[in-house]
Write a protein that binds this ligand. Sequence first.
Ligand code: 5AD
Ligand code: SF4
Length: 472
Amino acid sequence: MTASTPRKRLFIRSWGCQMNVYDSGRMADVLAPLGYGPAEGPEDADMIVLNTCHIREKASEKLFSELGRLRVLKLAKEQAGGRLVLAVAGCVAQAEGAEITARAPYVDLVLGPQSYHRLPEMVARISRASGAVIETDFPVEQKFDFLPDSTTPQGVTAFLTIQEGCDKFCSFCVVPYTRGSEFSRSAAAVVKEARHLVAQGAREIALLGQNVNAWHGEGPEGRPWTLARLLLELAEIPGLARLRYTTSHPRDMDEALIAAHGAIPQLMPFLHLPVQSGSDRILAAMNRGHRADDYRRIAEKLYAVRPDIALSSDFIAGHPGESEADHQATLKLIEDVRFALAYSFKYSPRPGTPAATAVAQVEETVKDRRLQEIQALLRDQQDAFNRACVGRSCAVLITGAGRHAGQFAGRSPWLQPVHGLVSPDLGLTGLTGQMVTAVVTAALPNSLSVRLEGNEALGPPAQTPRQEKAAA
Ligand code: 5AD
Ligand code: SF4
């Protein structure tokens, strides 16, 4: 055994959004100094973390059935004289901590998203404590100040959380209750972490936050910066070829941010901007704070500054009070704006949210039918968008080897997974992380097939506009 071999093995199962995937990486980071390294699977783990997501229904049922399976594993380990630490993290832990320890007393640790920096201390405590350790209060210190710089290699495309929580209180959503109120990391902390990620090989960074465009972190002068300003700064990092940010709220799409889409070449022409409904009545009931036409106007402005921008959205079918006319207004908005990608959900009541107790709940069969209509339209638009890419030339970021021999995998500017054949003279070594030009040869249901073209000068990324100006 070498000195660097981990003494204990950690298995993290992540459900839900990219933020949870990111948080799982950070949990692995804080546990590494305690000797935890990655386990192959639950069976060979000394500690298992279930990182849960509460945003849609059935999250807790899924959790309890998984816990039931893991209980058997834990018992078997204990009977063999070993130990298995079971932890539940994430939003379900935050919202239902007490229920988890009541229904699954064999769980050792329950911790909410604000407590990850305390994991090492909590793990140390459970080695002494007999009962479960619960940590779901919102601590005063911000967890980011306590987390080390990410050491988990994230690859060519990396996530960076810049903002957490939400103060918008949409009628249907649990996030303000589970993730707490809005918090923005400082510009300096974000830029430092971005540089670190790039030094580790990241070429594309997606800035994350539940309400990412409400980010207003402190700038170097002590005053808050806007997201547009932060993007300009990040675009100056040498080697960082692509920037994205998600998830945004239409209310926070200010003029500067829209203009940034036209001014920053690294900012990819793809924006996930959930609208949820196309009806003004339902948007008001949802407490979204904008009308359907406001969204149309934002889309028009984005298309004007960045004509190749593709929009993506979330939709909810059957929010309480939704009439047939409201549903038709949603279909109309989808037709007007046109989406390259979208996620749509049947409204599901989340305990503790205002919409859950509204009297005018929509019947299940009606919700099902409306969801199907929304999805059929969105699927057609997604197919049309992917088909329109065929024959076009675009920049592809190579992320690694493809699924089949001789293939590379990559990503288009519009977030589509891309694959193509590695040319024999280039080989795959050295290709990962390169930005190449490719012609799209076919659109498959969930990916694009491409052919590399005219990449004689594969080399370091182009300079940023500000660097070019400085060199001139
Ligand atoms: N019911 C259905 N969909 C929901 N979402 C959030 N809460 C609910 C709910 N109670 C959807 C929204 C949000 C996405 C992440 O999940 O569309 O944008
Ligand atoms: Fe939830 Fe609305 Fe906040 Fe988005 S903006 S996280 S939907 S409350």
